[in-house]
Design a protein. Structure first.
Length: 68
């Protein structure tokens, strides 16, 4: 993830004092959120692939030989 995103996220969390909700410094909360996004990316993509989708909004086009 780009460093400016992390910096912007820290500023955003701090601006709204969201870090107070979990009693965690804003920079650690930002790192947690970024880590979570990275961690769930592959499983979400595998799930979409299992369902035959490139994404929720863009289903894969089935090749005629794949249609049952």
């Amino acid at each position: 993830m780009k460093e400016n995103f992390r910096t912007d996220l820290i500023k955003l969390l701090n601006r709204y004092s969201i870090e107070n909700e979990c009693d965690m410094p804003d920079f650690l909360l930002a790192d947690l959120l970024i880590g979570t996004i990275k961690a769930i990316g592959k499983p979400i993509k595998k799930t979409l692939d299992w369902h035959g989708c490139d994404s929720v909004c863009h289903p894969k086009v089935k090749v005629k030989s794949e249609v049952k």
